[in-house]
Design a protein around this ligand. Structure first.
Ligand code: ATP
Ligand code: MG
Length: 355
């Protein structure tokens, strides 16, 4: 059996490996800084847990393998400029934007996009890092170092944020999880809930949008689409050509989780619709240390990434899946985490279906 190599050895690689184990697939996440000579076989397959990487001893070996799935797609989506161009070309709705160039000014940005404009670095941003707000009332100018390196986006007054995680096979077959409702605080994902009855009317619209993209890119594997919901409309915020944090709940809440689906797709195994069970919610552990007493909480499943704890850093997540909504509500009132978690728990509690 061939080996599935993963470019990157963070939590996503670890969870791909975990999900592939029952299938008997040998998954080997590779630290991009590794200087080892990798024992790549000609029939092995290569995937990535990150959309962008520097040229290193390890990444050069992986990126020159002929079975690197979606290799050409990564640079297209990792650069926000080319990602936005793809969305425009496919006529998929996204926040109005322009490319920040040498002659761009804040005045022009406000004229085109309005009072509040969010600049995003083209590359390398995550968890709200690489963002810069221009507010007309504060007369903020565009810093020189952002010119040629960023896009400017209109601030969207969205009702809420949702995401769609889908998988596409080599034969073009697609499957999707139900839309997930997400809470970001300061640009970082704190909590997700799925499925939600009230999001069902948007499901087919969202699936059509992500299908169009995956088909256009002839994409194979799991892709996530983050959206702003404004009334009955969806605007695409951004795309991730990989397994995604807002799909972590599928580890508890679906018969086939996003990680297994990605492994199946890139290795050419059969795909099938996942059976989505009960009600799920996910809480990211951000900048807080693990407390194994959490395991006393009914319904709680802990994923601890064994990373150093630093403020604002994702170091684990908690999944919950239960048919009894009171179990989820009581977990929320039992968990005792510092600010801003009370806000996230209130949000979850309010958005969970009421019995
Ligand atoms: P990720 O960690 O998901 O890769 P990111 O830091 O790369 O995130 P975005 O997803 O673009 O960047 O932005 C993070 C969050 O910032 C969004 O989830 C949303 O809450 C907020 N945000 C982004 N773009 C806009 C916008 N145009 N208007 C208002 N809020 C926005
Ligand atoms: Mg995002």
């Amino acid at each position: 059996m061939s080996v599935l190599w993963v470019l990157g050895a963070g939590q996503l690689g670890a969870m791909l490996k975990q999900a592939a184990t029952p299938l008997g697939v040998d998954v080997r996440p590779v630290d991009i800084e590794s200087t080892d000579t990798l024992a790549l076989g000609p029939t092995d397959i290569v995937t990535a847990e990150r959309e962008e990487w520097p040229d290193t001893v390890a990444t050069k070996q992986l990126a020159t393998h002929s079975n690197f799935v979606n290799l050409a797609t990564f640079p297209q989506l990792a650069d926000r400029l080319t990602q936005k161009q793809w969305l425009d070309r496919l006529e998929l709705a996204t926040a109005p934007w322009f490319s920040v160039e040498a002659d761009s000014t804040a005045a022009k940005a406000h004229e085109i996009l309005g009072e509040r404009v969010l600049m995003k670095r083209r590359r390398g941003g995550y968890d709200g890092k690489g963002q810069y707000w221009l507010k007309q009332s504060e007369s903020i100018e565009i810093p020189e170092e952002w010119k040629g390196q960023a896009i400017a986006e209109q601030a969207i007054n969205f009702d809420e944020e949702v995401s769609l995680v889908g998988v596409r096979g080599k034969n073009g077959e697609t499957h999707f999880y139900p839309l997930t409702l997400n809470l970001h605080i300061n640009g970082i994902l704190y909590a997700s809930i799925s499925p939600l009855e009230r999001l069902k009317p948007l499901q087919s619209k969202a699936e059509a949008m992500l299908s169009k993209l995956m088909d256009a890119l002839d994409y194979v594997g799991v892709m996530a689409m983050e959206c702003f919901r404004i009334g009955d409309d969806l605007l695409i915020n951004e795309l991730a050509p990989r397994v995604h944090n807002s799909g972590h709940w599928t580890q508890a809440g679906a018969s086939v989780c996003q990680f297994e689906n990605h492994v199946r797709a890139v290795t050419g195994m059969p795909l099938a619709p996942a059976n989505v069970k009960n009600q799920s919610m996910m809480i990211n552990l951000i900048g807080i240390d693990v407390d194994y007493q959490w395991l006393n909480i009914k319904g709680l499943e802990l994923y601890w990434y064994k990373k150093d704890v630093r403020p604002g850093r994702k170091v684990g997540h908690l999944n919950f899946c239960c048919d009894d909504l009171s179990v989820l509500q009581s977990a929320l009132s039992t968990l005792n985490l510092p600010d801003p978690y009370p806000e996230a728990f209130t949000w979850l509690s309010k958005n969970l279906p009421q019995k």
